[in-house]
Design a protein around this ligand. Sequence first.
Ligand code: UDP
Length: 239
Amino acid sequence: MASNAQYRRVLLKISGEGLMGAKEYGLDPVTLDRVAGEIRSVRDLGVEVCVVIGGGNIFRGVSGASTGMERAAADNVGMLATVINALSLQNSLEKNGVETRVQSAIVMPTVCESFIRRRAIRHLEKGRVVIFAAGTGNPFFTTDTAAALRGVEMGCDALLKATQVDGVYSADPKKVKDAVRYDRLTFNEVLARDLAVMDTSAIALCRENRMPIVVFDLHRPGAFAQVVSGCGLFTTIAN
Ligand code: UDP
């Protein structure tokens, strides 16, 4: 591990919207390339990086269900959207010279590997980035819960949650001018105050397994490497 890195292995959670750039839907190639560069800089610090990616830039099960689609079917579509994002990010990472494997919770062997925990660990040990696609593989879950689950399974030191702002605030800082940013919170405070960080099942899984969550803004250049080195702006949530 590089001397200034605080972690040996991290799980990065990126929402689908985080790959959209200024677009209203889908993927922005420039944003994908920039995010890939951020991941490479952390990998170059000697930190093992795995990624869980959302699908909200393409399809969300809840929205599908609101138009009359059966929820489980809509969630399957949502999970497939995360595979599109995962393969696209893999492509950008490999263009940036980072060897990457995609492992999907829904098997599709002609497109990517299936999720096999021990195999994923081996990839990380070899310096590859592993992107986990298709969430948990089950409807009625979110990719936040998938991130907590994979983070714990892979023995990650922290779950780094990339958002559109530089931490957790008392209210939405884009709407409330005097919203307060927290440097540190406990899991219980997040749950008791109903702070919109991740869904409660993800928070509970991290709390039970004592895996800290670090919330930061992936769109600020260099932020990912800074957070991993313990500097810059972020909120840490721990026991
Ligand atoms: N999804 C699911 N099970 C999972 C993870 C995701 O059914 O374990 C579906 C669900 O429909 C969700 C969609 O995939 O709306 C996209 O994931 P998510 O909304 O978490 O993406 P994000 O908000 O992070 O972009």
